[in-house]
Design a protein around this ligand. Structure first.
Ligand SMILES: [Zn+2]
Length: 852
């Protein structure tokens, strides 16, 4: 700790900030003043705290009732610190620091920053808002900007009196401050970390508060969007009650605002009492939204509200613990969404998110979930699929292995013990261990402190049992060291088989292999990831895979999903062929689950990219035969009584028929649906509108592009905007896609969205190389304009590039243009791109002959 130049010394610690900020929205600046109540632990003549891009005009200290003593201030931009030097040593004991300072409202969407929107009469409006995590509170006010330096915040915002002003706690007073301004005072917060501080000032309106067991809940948004705020109020109230019950503990804030911000770099941010969101994750019209669009709103609101307890009330000591914060909130988000709409089958759908984590974790360049974090850039690099999706998968695996009730009891024990405090991740394992008596720390640490995950091989052993063996799974099978003791996991394996009524057996596979007697004679089928909660892949030897495929009806939807997902991973690693995969999914003719079909269609879509000529024709014929009967059964139109997943499945298979099965009638149908959508969207089932858009964009020309981009500019709600952007990335027509590329830098697309539009364009089925060339050509502009956290995400589009020469250019370009805050992710994107290249080269020749 002491040898890390980024960690503050702790001879002076803060307990309270009285902070006044006066933003000037027109000038894009702010002035501030703060009194920090501190304890001098060790006598010192220097106080060191964080500040960057802030001018400190005055700093002094007061001891007891004494006179203020002025400090000399020096700023170090590299370590983002301010040092206050006093002529004499400050004695141990209480003291208060007083600082006056000035800063800028930047347009990089971090710290205290500017966001803009155009109101109904075409007038541009400005707001000032904040995003402090990970280490940007120091851009807004000098502070001990480390998560364990918790303090109480008493905030006052001086603002024009016609603007909304919001902070972490409820408003307790306002006084005139001259020149049409008002000083708005907020209640004291609970003791909390600086990364959770929030201020929002601007021309925004708030819904009437909903009383949630004594805590007022509001949605705050730009004017004119009241009708998009009702769903979030319903979800917010549900989630607040759900978590109060789940944690067995009241919400610690005095109010909760869900605030829609027009420009927002992340998805949402769990500031205590003042959660900020990008608009599409909180504002939605349920009548016009697809299930996926609604579900992500529920997910994200639930996720952020879960953080009010896990993260905000109990907080990691340092940024190496960020993964547990996010993994756990992601896990809780699933449980809450699952309770909110059980028919959405949220845990089955989570399979898709877990697949994304497997995908990155199958690379040599993956990382352990938890790793040492030295600099702020290291912490920024943690916000990725391994933290959120792998982390949540590991938490889910543990929960299922321990039992949901025992797991929750352990979490309650942990929360009660550490509330208002800070923890290491091992504190959580210890609480779970104390509650359950299981070796939780040993199991958890084997998944957290090493990258990758095991593949469990199952083979029949003497006819009455199975042998389970583990070995690290990797796309590139070239490494002879895998399977070594250093790369083992404590794998909580759950086995179910057809021999004795299907009862599940649990075994902790700790070593290289273990035998499991099954009883009941030769098992007809064995499922070695029963429940499919395990974060491992399974390889079945001999006739076991066939046995499983013959008995798909015995498996749960998530188990069936996992069989497909494991098979596609085997295609990527080269252990089976693309044609083998097509043959395997042809056994799924009776499948009716949405998530399973999403995985099947996803895999077939990737194979379709490799198929040309006869191979493409053969693939189309086989896909048509597979999905045809299901489409007939579902019918063309929504039926009364269809649940959301059934309606979504109908749309998915329409899209697959049009794009992967060469079904001309499906294309015609998509065309008619698109016309209906453009003419009068409310008349159309949203679950058909969205796929129709993607189909007609993929097959459309420049004229279609013109119509869709016009509609994008006029979109009336955030979901429409998002859908149209995605569609604009799908044009296979090179000229049309070229227009999408230009649009991304035109100013019509917000900088919060443009990086993702470009990512999708690079992943375009036919125009990926052109999109990549565009990005490379415009890199300096992109780097300047887009939020820093989005650059590595933009580059992730290269994972889909399959041409060796283009891949080599991309590698050379990225070597010359490093992205320091996303260095590790970029390495992963490059390695994953080579997996795509290798797949294309392997399959190109054999696909035609093997599919026909
Ligand atoms: Zn989170």
């Amino acid at each position: 700790m002491s040898d890390n130049p980024y960690r503050l010394p702790r001879h002076v610690v803060p307990s309270r900030y009285d902070l006044t900020l006066a933003p000037d929205l027109d000038a894009a600046t702010f002035a501030g003043e703060e009194t920090i109540t501190v304890e001098v632990v060790t006598p010192t003549a220097e106080v060191v705290l964080n500040a960057v891009e802030i001018e400190i005009d005055e700093a002094s200290v007061r001891l007891g009732d004494g006179e203020p003593l002025a400090a000399t201030v020096t700023l170090d931009a590299e370590t983002e610190r301010a040092t206050l030097a006093f002529p004499d040593e400050l004695p141990a004991g209480p003291a208060s620091l007083h600082l006056r300072f000035r800063g800028i409202l930047n347009d990089k969407l971090v710290g205290f920053y500017r966001s803009t929107y155009t109101d109904d009469s075409g007038v541009p409006r400005v707001l000032a808002t904040s995003q402090m995590e990970a280490t940007d509170a120091r851009r807004a006010f000098p502070c001990w900007d480390e998560p364990d330096a918790k303090a109480v915040f008493g905030v006052t915002l001086v603002v024009p009196d016609d603007l909304q002003a919001i902070a972490n706690a409820g408003e307790i007073g306002r006084e005139p401050a001259g020149e049409g301004k008002v000083a708005v005072r907020f209640a004291d917060t609970m003791p909390m970390s600086t990364y959770l501080v929030a201020f929002v000032v601007g021309p925004l309106v708030a819904t009437d508060p909903v009383d949630v067991d004594g805590k007022p809940l509001r949605v705050v948004h730009p004017p004119g969007k009241e009708h998009l705020a009702q769903f979030a109020l319903e979800v917010g109230a549900f989630a607040l009650r759900y978590f109060t019950d789940w944690f067995g503990m009241a919400y610690a804030g005095d109010k909760l605002d869900l605030v829609a911000i027009p420009d927002f770099a992340f998805g949402a941010m769990e500031n205590v009492g003042c959660v900020t969101f990008r608009e599409r994750l909180v504002l939605v019209d349920p009548a016009l939204a697809t299930q996926a669009e609604l579900q992500v709103v529920v997910d994200v609101i639930a996720h952020e509200i879960a953080h009010m307890w896990f993260g905000d009330l109990v907080t990691m000591k340092w940024w190496n613990g960020i993964w547990l914060n996010e993994a756990f909130a992601t896990f809780m988000e699933m449980t809450c969404t699952d309770a909110f709409r059980p028919e959405w089958q949220r845990w089955v759908d989570f399979g898709l998110a877990r697949s994304a984590a497997f995908d990155t974790d199958s690379l040599a360049s993956t990382r352990p979930v938890e790793y040492p974090v030295v600099s702020p850039a290291d912490a920024d690099g943690m916000f990725d699929v391994l933290t959120y999706e792998k982390g949540a998968s590991v938490v889910r695996m543990l929960e299922q292995y321990l039992g949901a009730d025992r797991f929750r009891a352990g979490i309650r024990r942990y929360m009660a013990r550490h509330q208002y405090g800070n923890t290491e991740t091992s504190d959580l394992w210890d609480a779970l261990e104390a509650e359950t008596g299981e070796p939780v720390r040993r199991i958890a640490e084997s998944w957290i402190f090493q990258g990758g995950f095991p593949e469990v091989t199952v083979s029949v052993n003497g006819g009455s049992g199975v042998t389970l063996a583990q070995r690290r799974f990797a796309f590139d099978d070239g490494d002879g060291d895998r399977g070594a003791e250093a790369e083992r996991w404590s794998v909580p394996v759950v086995v179910r088989h057809g021999g004795d009524g299907g009862e599940a057996r649990r075994v902790l596979l700790d070593g290289a292999s273990t035998s499991l007697p099954l009883g009941g004679g030769t098992p007809g089928w064995v499922n070695a990831n029963a429940g499919a909660h395990g974060f491992y892949r399974v390889r079945y030897t001999g006739a076991l895979l066939d046995g499983l495929l013959d008995n798909l009806g015995e498996l749960s939807p998530l188990e069936r999903y996992t069989v497909v997902d494991d098979a596609f991973a085997a295609v990527l690693s080269g252990s089976i062929t693309a044609a083998d995969f097509v043959g395997l999914v042809e056994r799924y003719g009776d499948e009716r689950d949405l998530s399973v079909w999403e995985r099947i269609v996803g895999g077939l879509g990737q194979i379709d990219r490799l198929a040309a000529g006869d191979a493409a024709t053969a693939l189309h014929t086989r896909v048509a035969a597979l999905i045809g009967p299901v489409r007939v059964e579902l019918g063309a139109e929504a039926r009364p009584g269809d649940d959301d997943r059934t309606r979504t499945l109908r749309g998915l298979l329409l899209q697959a028929a049009a794009l992967l099965a060469g079904d001309e009638a499906a294309v015609q149908r998509a065309g008619a649906l698109l016309e209906q959508f453009l003419a009068h969207a409310p008349s159309l089932d949203p679950s058909l509108a969205s796929p129709a858009l993607l189909v007609m964009a993929a097959l459309g020309d420049v004229a279609m592009h013109e119509r869709l981009s016009e509609r994008f500019r006029a979109a009336g709600n955030p979901q429409d905007r998002e859908r149209l952007l995605l569609a604009l990335s799908r044009f296979r027509d090179p000229e049309a896609l070229g227009r999408t590329l230009s649009l991304s830098l035109s100013g019509d697309v917000r900088t919060q969205d443009a990086p993702y539009l470009l990512r999708e364009a690079i992943a375009n089925r036919d125009n990926g190389p052109a999109a990549w060339a565009f990005v490379a050509e415009n890199w300096s502009d992109i780097e300047k304009r887009f939020p820093a956290n989005s650059l590595a995400r933009l580059v992730s589009g290269i994972r889909s590039l399959s041409d060796r020469a283009v891949a080599e250019q991309a590698v050379a370009f990225l070597a010359d243009h490093p992205i320091p805050q996303g260095e590790m992710q970029v390495r992963q994107h490059i390695e994953r791109m080579w997996v795509t290249v290798a797949l294309a080269e392997r399959e190109a020749a054999r696909l035609a002959s093997s599919l026909a």
